[in-house]
Design a protein around this ligand. Sequence first.
Ligand code: NAP
Length: 287
Amino acid sequence: MTKLRLDVVGDPISHSKSPYIHETVLKELGTPYEYRKVRVKKGELSKYLCEAKELGLCGFNLTMPHKTDILPFLDFIDDEALRFNSVNTVKIKDGKLLGYNTDAQGMVYSMERQGFRTKDKNIVILGAGGVSSTLALKMAFEGTGKITVLNRTLRSAEDICEKIIKESGTNCTALSFDKESLKNAAKECDILINCTPLGMEGIDTDFEDLSFLENMSKGSLVFDLIYNPPETSLLKRAKELGLSTLNGLDMLIYQGLLADEIFFDTKLDLDIHKEKIDYVFKNLKNF
Ligand code: NAP
């Protein structure tokens, strides 16, 4: 049987764990697809899109640096993706490119499955890049109490806050990413989300000082979007202090499952598929 193709497109891409997620689902569904990693450099999306259509791809996922650059090429953009200005899933149907964002809902599911809801909560977000903006907007639209965004480049945090206040009316404050601001923000924080690459495998920078975690109250959650290593220095220290912790693997898995629902126009039993994917990751060497 001829195999049909799905891709994940980004640069860098060799580190991507997405194929493990989608191949597990495709095997379960008995669907004759293969899922490939394709390196596409910034500015080269247009060439890739021509190839994707010519090859008859059913769709592809997007990661850094293409989630916003893809927007002008799309024939349809889902409302949420449009609000976030970010697309991570493109379905190709009748030669048309249809764009969606499953990152934000993946984050919501990963926290909910651990018993954490963002409604009326005090959220602190570290970093103000693409994913930070998407997640902050999602939580604001879902009725979170207050959001504080801390970033090395203060202007980017301010841009996110301005958008949130304008579009949702949620209380949002921008702060610099410094010791004092981290300590103050941590004091009233229910959920702290790290959206910077600090502590990630292959990146030689990490948090210089984690004492701000001591200001968080018991029962609060520290969520690191990084999943490699599974326990960053941030999560290790949070655990030592008795705080709840979550890494980014569940979010990655849920965003992938939601993308498969879009690709195959179907509803998946998320818990069953998640369990199977967890098993695959547990048995992976070097992870
Ligand atoms: P991005 O757009 O490049 O943003 C990176 C952010 O981190 C920026 O705000 C940047 O600050 C900050 N930053 C970078 N280096 C820093 C340093 N040395 N000290 C302090 N701040 C620093 O990246 P992104 O797409 O938002 O992704 C952010 C993280 O989330 C990455 O680690 C990525 O792997 C992870 N992620 C995980 C999932 C998942 O499913 N688990 C999904 C998407 C992303 P400046 O603005 O000052 O440059």
